[in-house]
Design a protein around this ligand. Structure first.
Ligand SMILES: Nc1ncnc2c1ncn2[C@@H]1O[C@H](COP(=O)(O)OP(=O)(O)OP(=O)(O)O)[C@@H](O)[C@H]1O
Ligand SMILES: [Mg+2]
Length: 705
């Protein structure tokens, strides 16, 4: 067992003091001490209680200073008012780490927050590390430590998963669940309010611990998303991280005036980060455990090609539907396999995929069919399903499945046992054989999909968003100019110039403040042209009739100018009209949107989607944290629902994906390089058969401090 130095006193201590240990059964102070003793903590335990000589038959000490041995970890279980004093005493007694169970800190509001700040000062002053406050403790089930420093009554079996929970209560049910499902836990930490030891710190510790093969997390917020992205992206190339993140919906940035800002609401930043880090997101604790069970499989799949074996048609079809829904593939069964199995089953049986042996299937039938499917070169995983008919015992089928699986240890078998009798046995027996077992085919399919994604993610080269060449000075000058004027947005021309400075192709345009300038602009640019309102008061020009397309002559240019002005006077009477932008008309492109939105804690996010004026109606967008590399840009473009529209359909050729990806990456770089950009919309960025070109841009700036 290898533990990160800084956290060793908390994750693998040699000595533990329980300050606030109680003689009264049923109290937290008693339960924690009892747990440490009854689960055979490998080190020494010291109860601290000024009123007791001994507790649970262990000599007690009046204060931490009286404990004869150096103390690695002090578990503090006293009322909130006493915590600061106890922490100070621990510091003076050279305790290395604190686990503060007590509640009554930041989670209760200002008074608690003030107490927590003081507590952190004490911890820092004495160079201690602290888990909590307001947590339910720490478990290290490794036999070399065997520490249950929680008040949970369940101790999960030792295994290869580590679990961090930001909710104490949920932590308790997690340990129950893990025990019930036999999910082997190596370490469990309830981080509580986490002002000190954070989820990121634990990830770093678990990254280097060879006993930990899967990391499970329940989190409510990410204190430092950028650090999480960096650490998690590294770890997931080696070990899967599965997360349940609650709090998906909160009041979004409804005030946003850009499309990107309006779409960057709710949970998109979290989703972007988790996807970018290769973290598997579960939508419930149950789903998280299903995935964790899946990673207990004795082998990882070589591909998504999966076969279903069943003795009942319905569940077989449900399994096939679920597999396809979760992105897996129904394997093509080889003719030789079918031929070898046909004689073994009645004519009513269906020897294809799903392979339905019908209700008369015997354990021997399961063994033969599963062995054959596992031997089939076109099959990389099998899901055998058993629905107990009359007269066939589930345990016998479980044994048959296990022995068939043993014939081909390099392919995963995900078993589904839909019967109640013999369930725990079935699963425990399977777990030893490395065969994840579920009650429902959908759970098995979801888990199989997760491990496939993990395999594919681990095989992918790590992201490498090296900075791109760009005219940063020109960009800085444009942004600083507007900030100096105290403006909160760039003009259309400045926005287009900013894009040009970052190497993004932009439609040629000219700014005209008076009708007299129109002719010259037209001549310089050449027809056809587009005319657009330039006004600091109008965000979406189309809404006020401020965009005139398809202008083919000078006469029409003037007509459209007067039409445009009339429209604006009518629909936005108070709007200031600075002039119009004359722009080359670009034909034949597909409208996409690329944007930047800055999140206070996640930093700048880049967005890609199908664009145009209906972008908020379509909501077909995808986000990532900036910067990104080419592969990530292509993944975004391919990841939207409307990807097929860009791929060429209905006679339209595919768009230039590499030019589009280059533009997306460059806009992401812009967001990464300039924190003063609050929101940025390029809508549309026209994706052409050859190249990509921006025709409309809006940049909102962060207010000057
Ligand atoms: N140069 C151009 N070439 C071809 N079509 C153009 C051009 N400029 C604008 N358009 C078309 O006009 C539509 C509206 O123009 P533009 O995006 O500039 O205005 P907007 O209303 O301010 O946009 P937004 O919805 O982004 O606020 C574009 O979605 C596009 O279909
Ligand atoms: Mg637009």
């Amino acid at each position: 067992m290898k533990v990160a130095a800084g956290l060793a006193p908390l994750l693998a201590p040699n000595t533990i003091a329980v300050v606030g240990a109680s003689r009264r059964k049923g109290t937290i102070g008693h339960q924690i001490l009892e747990n440490l003793i009854s689960y055979g903590f490998a080190g020494a335990v010291f109860p601290v209680n000024p009123h007791a000589r001994s507790i649970c038959a262990v000599r007690a000490y009046p204060s931490i200073a009286d404990v004869p041995d150096p103390v690695d970890m002090a578990v503090i279980v006293v009322p909130k008012e006493q915590v600061l004093d106890i922490a100070e005493q621990c510091g003076r007694a050279h305790v290395k780490g604190l686990v503060v169970i007590s509640a009554g800190f930041r989670e209760i509001g200002d008074e608690g927050a003030a107490r927590e700040t003081k507590l952190m000062e004490i911890v820092r002053t004495h160079g201690m590390r602290m888990i909590g406050p307001n947590c339910m403790g720490v478990v290290n089930a490794d036999p070399a430590v065997s520490m249950n420093a929680t008040f949970a009554t369940a101790m999960p079996p030792f295994g290869h998963s580590a679990f961090v929970s930001q909710s104490g209560a949920l932590g308790l049910s997690v340990l129950d669940y893990a025990q019930e499902y036999g999910i082997g836990i190596s370490q469990f930490v309830s981080v509580g309010n986490k002002p000190d030891v954070s989820v990121n710190d634990l990830l770093v510790a678990w990254e280097i611990d060879p006993t930990i093969k899967v990391i499970l997390m329940y989190v409510e917020n990410f204190g430092n998303p950028r650090r999480f992205l960096e650490i998690a992206s590294r770890i997931t190339k080696v070990k899967p991280i599965i997360v349940v993140k609650s709090g998906r919906s909160h009041a979004g940035a409804l005030a946003a005036s850009s499309h990107t800002g309006a779409l960057a609401v709710d949970d998109v930043a979290v989703d972007a980060m988790l996807t970018q880090a290769g973290v598997l997101r579960a939508s419930s604790v149950e789903e998280l455990f299903e995935m964790a069970i899946g990673f207990g499989a004795r082998a990882m799949p070589r591909s998504r090609r999966t076969a279903v074996l069943t003795n009942a048609g319905g569940p077989g079809i449900l399994a096939a539907d679920a597999l396809v829904m979760y992105g897996l593939q129904l394997a093509e069964i080889e003719a030789t396999t079918i031929a070898s199995l046909r004689p073994l089953f009645p004519a009513e049986a269906s020897i294809r995929n799903p392979l339905d042996m019908i209700a008369s299937a015997t354990p021997a039938g399961y063994k033969a069919a599963l062995t054959a499917l596992l031997a089939d070169p076109g099959v990389d995983a099998v899901m055998p399903i058993f629905v107990p008919p009359f007269g066939v015992r589930q345990e016998d089928v479980a044994e048959a499945i296990a022995s068939a699986a043993a014939t081909q240890p390099t392919k995963p078998v995900f078993a589904v046992l839909m019967g109640r009798e013999g369930l725990p046995l079935g699963r425990a027996e399977f777990r030893k054989a490395g065969i994840p077992a579920y009650i429902f085919p959908e759970s098995a399919a979801r888990a199989l999909s997760a491990i496939n994604r993990q395999v594919e993610w681990a095989a992918r080269p790590a992201a490498n968003p090296t900075p791109l060449d760009a005219d940063r000075d020109a960009a800085t000058a444009i942004l600083d100019g507007a900030m100096r004027d105290g403006r909160e947005s760039l003009t259309e021309s400045e926005s287009l110039a900013l894009l040009r400075a970052y190497g993004i192709p932009v439609a040629e345009s000219r700014y005209a403040t008076r009708p007299e300038d129109l002719a010259a602009a037209g001549q310089a640019l050449g027809y056809p042209l587009v005319m657009k309102l330039v006004s600091p008061d109008v965000s979406h020009k189309t809404d006020v009739g401020g965009v005139r397309l398809g202008i083919t002559s000078e006469v029409q240019l003037h007509e459209e100018y007067h039409e445009l002005i009339r429209n604006v006077r009518e629909r936005a009477p108070g709007a200031k009209v600075n002039g119009v932008l004359i722009q080359q008309m670009v034909n034949g492109g597909r409208e996409t949107i690329v944007g930047i939105s800055r999140d206070p804690s996640f930093g700048s996010l880049v967005m890609f989607g199908l664009g145009g004026i209906f972008v908020e109606a379509l909501q077909d967008v995808i986000f990532r944290m900036t910067p990104i590399d080419d592969a990530q840009a292509v993944e975004m473009i391919k990841g939207i629902q409307g990807a097929r529209v860009l791929g060429g359909m209905r006679g339209a050729p595919p768009v230039d994906h590499s030019a589009l990806a280059a533009a997306v990456r460059r806009i992401a770089q812009l967001g990464a390089d300039f924190p003063q950009i609050l929101e940025l919309d390029v809508n549309p960025l026209l994706a052409m058969e050859h190249g990509a070109i921006a025709v409309d841009a809006r940049v909102l700036l962060r207010a000057r401090n």
